[in-house]
Design a protein around this ligand. Structure first.
Ligand SMILES: [Zn+2]
Length: 462
């Protein structure tokens, strides 16, 4: 029987798992030895692996207890308040639920030796909610949500308030956010402004000079009232990382806008993504997974004209060798080539292209370590969290979420076995460390955990 492909697994991996399950079923012989009982740590690990809610974990624990499958000391009632040890690190004020003691929470989650320079702050803001998440530099550890609001307005004063709540000034993390959030953080005016660059006085309206002029006057300081700066800055400018994912999204947007709308290449996009609206396609609005799918599709390049193809190939090169996990030596030559091809295609210079065109030296050398692919993946995790808690975010929920992603103090015998099983099944690719936060729960569509930690799925019940 051919197995159903599972989320995040290749057909081969799914077959491998299926074979193992089938062989373990058929080889099973009833063993008269006494069963190995679950102690509290084993059961916690099991529940975290299954991503069970508080009520579901209580049900599972009590069923196991009815069959005498837990040790005498294992408490079923523990799950009703399983978040209690983390609760003291969270507070609810001014429409926010947030972590008020980050080093304390990290220690409670058994993350030893917290150092703020090992983490970067990711702020995600939409009409529905505002979230602050710490992402690990190098992406070896999972991500930690530290603030959430479904009521706060998306505006300067809100961002100022939340930075104060999470004590940004004490930690001074690097910040990886989209350009809309950069505007809030640096007090810049939003929307289509004349001077949108926080590094120089690039004139977004002087289109005739965009592809030729390089020596725009540097922005010495961001002064409220001058050159589209309207508020005092909230963080130091050098804490901002230019977000590679957003640069990538900005590039494909200009590429698609530059395509001939009646040409095969453009028409291919609507066939490839039938669920995307014509407006979105026309505006070149694609997400990371859609870009990856286009890059992999050989039929896409077949539809291109010579000019389209040259521009596309440079884009793909940059995605793989500059904006992704590695930064090749000769990237500056390829950036130049991309600019040249995009210009030939008739693309406009956007602020994101401008960063590549004029501020290449501003991109950190360890761009891959700071890539927000993890942030992108975290969007999926956040969706799971939001579904699970149905928008009822409070300190208990945040503390419970932290409980669900932490690891147990010491892997028990069965946890070790369970990790081994997964590793042999090809799900866990790297060694799981004792003192790390596990990967956040993922939705069924999520890619395999990118930082080598167990892939967990959570149910959607609160
Ligand atoms: Zn600039």
């Amino acid at each position: 029987m051919s197995p159903e492909p599972q989320a995040g697994l290749s057909q081969e991996e799914a077959m491998d798992i299926e074979e193992k399950i089938e062989s373990s079923d058929s080889d099973f012989e009833y063993d008269l030895k006494a069963p190995e009982l679950f102690n509290q740590t084993d059961l916690n690990d099991f529940i975290r692996d299954l991503g069970l809610s508080k009520s579901a974990s209580e049900i599972l624990a009590s069923r196991l207890k009815e069959r005498n499958l837990v040790t005498k000391e294992t408490r079923i009632s523990y799950y009703r308040t399983r978040e209690r040890n983390h609760l003291k690190y969270f507070a609810e004020e001014d429409n926010f639920v947030f972590c008020k003691d980050i080093p304390g929470l990290m220690a409670a989650m058994r993350l030893k030796n917290y150092a703020s320079n090992e983490w970067r702050l990711f702020i995600d803001s939409s009409k529905r909610s505002l979230k602050c998440v710490l992402l690990h530099n190098g992406n070896k550890l999972g991500s930690l949500p530290i603030a959430h609001s479904t009521k706060a307005k998306e505006e300067y004063t809100t961002i100022a308030l939340i930075l104060d709540k999470i004590k940004y000034e004490e930690h001074k993390w690097l910040i990886c956010v989209d350009l809309k959030m950069v505007n809030f953080l640096l007090g810049q005016q939003g929307g289509y402004t004349k001077y949108p660059c926080f590094l120089c006085l690039w004139d977004s309206r002087a289109k005739s000079q965009h592809w030729t002029k390089r020596d725009w006057p540097p922005r010495v300081a961001l002064v409220p009232g001058e050159k589209n700066v309207i508020n005092p800055l909230l963080v130091s400018r050098n804490r901002i990382i230019l977000p590679p994912l957003h640069i990538k999204l900005g590039l494909i947007k200009q590429f698609v806008k530059g395509l001939d709308k009646s040409g095969n290449c453009f028409l291919f996009l609507s066939k490839k993504f039938p669920k995307l609206s014509a407006e979105k396609i026309k505006a070149g609005i694609f997400d990371g997974p859609q870009i990856r799918s286009l890059i992999k599709d050989p039929n896409f390049t077949d539809t291109m004209t010579k000019i389209d193809k040259k521009a596309w190939n440079e884009f793909v090169w940059l995605v793989h060798n500059f904006l992704g996990n590695k930064k090749s030596m000769d990237f500056s030559h390829h950036v130049e080539e991309l600019m040249c091809q995009f210009q030939k295609l008739g693309c406009n210079m956007s602020i994101k292209l401008h960063f590549l065109h004029n501020h290449l030296d501003y991109f950190p050398s360890n761009l891959g370590d700071l890539s927000e692919e993890q942030g992108e993946r975290f969007h999926q995790d956040l969706r799971t969290m939001e579904e699970r808690y149905q928008g009822h975010w409070n300190a208990h929920m945040m503390a419970d979420y932290c409980w669900s992603i932490q690891n147990s103090p010491q892997p028990s015998a069965s946890a070790r076995k369970s990790t081994k099983r997964k590793r042999s099944a090809g799900v866990v690719k790297k060694t799981t460390k004792n003192d790390v936060i596990s990967a956040a729960p993922t939705t069924p569509v999520a890619a395999p955990a990118q930082f080598g930690l167990p892939l967990r799925t959570h149910d959607s019940r609160p």
